[in-house]
Design a protein around this ligand. Sequence first.
Ligand code: AMP
Length: 121
Amino acid sequence: MSFEYDDQNIFAKILRGEIPNQTVFESEHALAFNDINPAAPVHVLVIPKGPYVSMDHFCQQAKADEIEGFMRAVGEVCKIVDVEGGFRVISNAREDAVQEVPHLHFHVIGGRPLGPILTKV
Ligand code: AMP
């Protein structure tokens, strides 16, 4: 499939400094900040700085240094926040997963028991 990136999405505006964020970690290729509507005591969003809509877009088209930088940022976030008890990484893509913001992001969620990942049908 083809991917079209809308540079007016809210995370693009955060990356351009047009709206504020609570930064947890920043590097050349990634930014991590607290979710504005947290689902748990720890709820950090990790985003690549490049214009990627979703995980499949990123994994198919990002350069190796972008991929490494993004994944390393997740590792750094896990050192900064308290997820010793465990955590979950979620990345929603497109309609079926109810992706609200069309810029790739990992939700790093923890700080309490999280329960099963999905309700089985
Ligand atoms: P998703 O449904 O996977 O696209 O998740 C989007 C996430 O972005 C939600 O958890 C929102 O609470 C979060 N969010 C939206 N706007 C902001 C913002 N300005 N700062 C931080 N988090 C935000």
